[in-house]
Design a protein around this ligand. Structure first.
Ligand code: FAD
Ligand code: NAI
Length: 469
C-alpha cells in the first residue's frame, strides 16, 4: 500500500489552488484538492474577478448608451435598466466558469474533496469527516475582506456591504459611499455610478490607487471626479450606524480634526483583504504567520515545514489571480522535481474601470529610489489623445508612460491609462521579461491603427523623439 493517499493535496480551489492541482496531475502526480465552497474557482470565479467584470462590462454599455457616448457616434438610444437580467448574465458567467473547473478536474483526474480542511499533522488533513494523507500539501486558501472596526458588514441587509454584497444589490442605491479608493472601491463604485447611484469615495490617503505610479494616481483622481464621483481624500471613517435602510457614517480628516456625518443608503467597505488561515490548524504543524497574517515561503514556495508549500493570496505579494495561477504552476513543477519560477518583479496590475489603469514593473518614484537619483531615470510619456485609434473611438483620456534606466535604456516600468490598458500591458510585460530597452520597443513594428502604438510612441519619447506629438 502507498505510504500516502495522494502525492499532492491542495487546500483551496481558487486560481492558485485549482491551477496547481491541474498542473500536478498533468505531471503524473496523484492529486486531490480540498475546497469548502460548493463550487470550484475560489474568490476569483465566484465573487471576485469574474462577477465584477461581468457587471463592469454590462454597466459600461448602459453608461455609453445613457451618457451620450453612443449618441456622439450617431446611435440614439434611451436605455432601460433590467437589473435582474444584468445579475442573471453575471450568475451565468460564474456558473459556466466554475463548472468548467469541475470539468477540468475530472479530465485531469484531480479528486475534489468538498469540505473545510484542517491540518492534523504535516501530511494529514481532515476534510469534513474524511482524513486525507499526502506527501506534499499546498496551502492555497486565499483571502477574505478586511473588516473595518465600527462598520459592520451585513450583506443580506444590503445597506453596509463588502464586495460580495455589492455584486448582488437588488436595486440601484440612490447614494452609495465607498470606503477605500483602491481597486474594489473604484471598480464596484463605477458599476453602481454608471447604473445611476451618486457615489462618494472616502479614501484615507491623499490619492486613489495606492501602489500605482504617482502620475497615474493623480490622473485617476481627475478622471473619476469628471465621471461624477465625489472624492473625499485624506479622510477616514470612524463609525457607522444603520437605522432601517439608512446608514450614517462618521468621517474625520485622516490627520485628525472635526468629525462630520454622511448619510447613504448603501456603504461599500473595501479597505483591503487579509489572508485566510483561521481554522486551518497551522498550530498543529508548528507553522506561524507573519505580522500581516501571511504564510512566509522561500523562492520555491516551500514553507518552513517540510512537505508543506503555499501560494496565492495567503503568501506575501500582490493579491492577484494571475500571480496566484503562476505560483500554482511553478509550485506544482517544483514538487515534481522541475524548476518552477515566477518573476515577482513583473506582475502586471489592472483596474478594469473606464478607462482602464494598468502597470507593470517599477513606478517612477520606486525607480528613482532604487537608482538613487532622478537623473538616472528617463521617462517617455505619450497621451492617448494623440493616438489615432483612441481619438477616432472617442477615447481621448489617459496616457502611456515608459520608465527606463538612463544608463542602460533598460525598461523598468510601463504605466497606461487607456480604454484597453489591461490588454496593452501584456506586451510591455513580455518585453520587460525579455529585458527590453526602450529602443527595442520603439523599433518594434506595431499595427496601425491600434491603442498599442501609444506604447511604441511613449518608448520613442524616452529618447525625446515621438512622432505624433
Ligand atoms: P482564492 O481565490 O481566495 O481561493 C481560495 C479558496 O480556498 C476559496 O475558495 C476558499 O473557500 C478556500 N478555502 C479557504 N480555506 C479553506 C480551508 N481551510 N479548507 C478548504 N477550503 C478553503 N484579481 C485579479 O487578478 N483580477 C481581477 O480582476 C480581480 N478582481 C477581483 C474582484 C473582487 C471583487 C475581489 C474580491 C477580488 C478580485 N481579485 C482580482 C483578486 C483575486 O480574486 C484573488 O487574488 C485570487 O482569487 C486569489 O487566488 P487564491 O487561489 O490565492 O485564493
Ligand atoms: P486596496 O488595497 O486596493 O484598496 C484599499 C484602499 O482603502 C486603499 O486605498 C487604502 O488606503 C484605503 N483604506 C484603508 N483603510 C481605510 C479607512 N479606514 N478609511 C478609508 N480608506 C481606507 O483593497 P481593495 O480595493 O479592498 O481590494 C483588495 C484586493 O483585491 C486588492 O489587493 C487587489 O489586489 C484585489 N483586487 C484586484 C482587482 C483587479 O486586479 N482588477 C479587482 C479587485 C480586487
Amino acid at each position: 500500500m502507498a505510504e500516502y493517499d495522494y502525492d499532492v493535496l491542495v487546500i483551496g480551489a481558487g486560481p492558485g489552488g485549482y491551477v496547481a492541482a491541474i498542473r500536478a496531475a498533468q505531471l503524473g502526480l496523484k492529486t486531490a484538492c480540498a475546497e469548502s465552497r460548493e463550487t470550484l474557482g475560489g474568490t476569483c470565479l465566484n465573487v471576485g474577478c469574474i462577477p465584477s467584470k461581468a457587471m463592469l462590462h454590462a454597466s459600461e454599455y448602459f453608461d455609453a448608451a445613457s451618457n451620450g457616448a453612443m449618441a456622439d457616434m450617431g446611435i440614439e438610444v434611451s436605455p432601460k435598466l433590467n437589473l435582474d437580467k444584468m445579475h442573471a448574465q453575471r450568475r451565468d458567467a460564474v456558473e459556466g466558469l466554475t463548472k468548467g473547473v469541475a470539468f477540468l478536474f475530472k479530465k485531469n483526474k484531480v479528486d475534489w474533496k468538498n469540505g473545510h480542511a484542517t491540518f492534523q499533522d504535516a501530511h494529514t488533513v481532515k476534510v469534513g469527516d474524511e482524513t486525507v494523507t499526502a506527501k506534499n500539501i499546498i496551502i492555497a486558501t486565499g483571502s477574505s475582506v478586511t473588516p473595518l472596526p465600527g462598520v459592520e458588514v451585513d450583506n443580506d441587509g444590503q445597506v453596509v456591504v463588502d464586495s460580495t454584497g455589492a455584486l448582488e444589490l437588488a436595486s440601484v442605491p440612490k447614494k452609495m459611499v465607498v470606503i477605500g479608493g483602491g481597486v474594489i472601491g473604484l471598480e464596484l463604485g463605477s458599476v453602481w455610478r454608471r447604473l445611476g447611484a451618486e457615489v462618494t469615495v472616502v479614501e484615507y490617503l491623499d490619492a486613489l490607487l495606492p501602489g500605482m505610479d504617482g502620475d497615474v494616481r493623480k490622473e485617476a483622481g481627475k478622471i473619476f471626479k469628471k465621471q461624477g464621483m465625489e472624492l473625499r481624500l485624506s479622510t477616514k471613517v470612524t463609525g457607522c450606524t444603520v437605522k432601517g435602510k439608512t446608514a450614517t457614517l462618521t468621517l474625520e480628516p485622516a490627520a485628525g480634526g472635526d468629525s462630520e456625518e454622511l448619510e447613504a443608503d448603501c456603504v461599500l467597505v473595501s479597505i483591503g483583504r487579509r489572508p485566510n488561515t483561521d481554522g486551518l490548524g497551522l498550530e498543529n504543524i508548528g507553522l506561524e504567520t507573519n505580522q500581516r497574517g501571511q504564510i512566509e515561503i522561500d523562492h520555491d514556495f516551500r514553507t518552513k515545514v517540510d512537505g508543506v508549500w503555499a501560494i496565492g493570496d495567503v503568501v506575501p505579494g500582490p493579491m492577484l489571480a494571475h500571480k496566484a495561477e503562476d505560483e500554482g504552476i511553478a509550485c506544482a513543477e517544483n514538487i515534481a522535481g522541475q524548476t518552477g519560477i515566477v518573476n515577482h518583479d513583473l506582475i502586471p496590475g489592472v483596474v478594469y474601470t473606464w478607462p482602464e489603469f494598468a502597470g507593470v514593473g517599477l513606478t517612477q518614484e520606486e525607480a528613482i529610489e532604487k537608482l538613487g537619483d532622478k537623473s538616472k531615470v528617463k521617462v517617455g510619456k505619450f497621451p492617448m489623445m494623440a493616438n489615432s485609434r483612441a481619438k477616432t473611438n472617442h477615447e481621448p483620456e489617459g496616457f502611456v508612460k515608459v520608465i527606463a534606466e538612463a544608463e542602460t535604456d533598460r525598461v523598468l516600468g510601463v504605466w497606461a491609462i487607456a480604454s484597453v490598458a489591461g490588454t496593452m500591458i501584456a506586451q510591455a510585460t513580455q518585453a520587460m521579461e525579455f529585458g527590453a530597452t526602450s529602443e527595442d520597443i520603439a523599433y518594434t513594428c506595431h499595427a496601425h491603427p491600434t491603442h498599442s502604438e501609444a506604447i511604441k510612441e511613449a518608448a520613442m519619447a524616452v529618447q525625446g523623439k515621438p512622432i505624433h506629438v
